[in-house]
Ligand binder design. Structure first.
Ligand SMILES: CC(C)(COP(=O)(O)OP(=O)(O)OC[C@H]1O[C@@H](n2cnc3c(N)ncnc32)[C@H](O)[C@@H]1OP(=O)(O)O)[C@@H](O)C(=O)NCCC(=O)NCCS
Length: 137
């Protein structure tokens, strides 16, 4: 596997993958999300390239000065079941550890609970919190 930090040139390939993985919602502009993370000082998008150079996996990672967060964990349908999702999550964890972050967190959409077992398999636990949000735009 060949994981690297995404650059702005990867935007269209990354967004195509997010669309294929049904991670794009009407309330998030994926281009804004990608650019904000790639240009941010506390965030990155990590991508995997297959043997032909195509991007077949992503994870957005960043920290807020306290906790680390993972978003857009995605592997291409044809690449699943081969350890790529695990490798991407581990790469994000390493990214956070290198910056002194001691806890990684993530949000799972209510309609996507089947993926909870994947994260539990990787050592994540459901944490009893009420998550509150407010749009600032
Ligand atoms: C979830 C996802 C990233 C998993 O990717 P993957 O490349 O198939 O995962 P891996 O092959 O690395 O699997 C790692 C381990 O988790 C297990 N696993 C994978 N998906 C699982 C699932 N849905 N439930 C339980 N276990 C799962 C695998 O069997 C494997 O176990 P092993 O290491 O003991 O063999 C992929 O299915 C995906 O992109 N889904 C759509 C996007 C999505 O919903 N992302 C999450 C947003 S919160």
């Amino acid at each position: 596997m060949s994981i690297r930090r995404a650059s702005q040139a990867d935007e269209s390939a990354v967004i195509a993958l997010w669309l294929a993985c049904e991670l794009v919602t009407h309330y998030n502009d994926p281009s804004d999300d990608f650019r904000f993370a790639v240009c941010g000082v506390c965030s990155d998008v990590l991508v995997n390239e297959d043997e032909t150079g195509q991007i077949d996996g992503t994870v957005m990672v960043g920290h807020d000065g306290h906790r680390g967060w993972l978003y857009y964990v995605a592997t291409a349908p044809q690449a699943r079941g081969a350890g790529l999702g695990r490798t991407l999550v581990q790469a994000a964890e390493q990214w956070l550890q290198q910056r002194g972050v001691v806890k990684a967190q993530l949000l799972v959409r209510e309609m996507n609970t089947k993926v909870v077992a994947f994260y539990e398999h990787l050592g994540f636990e459901i944490t009893p919190r009420v998550v509150m949000g407010k749009w600032l735009k």
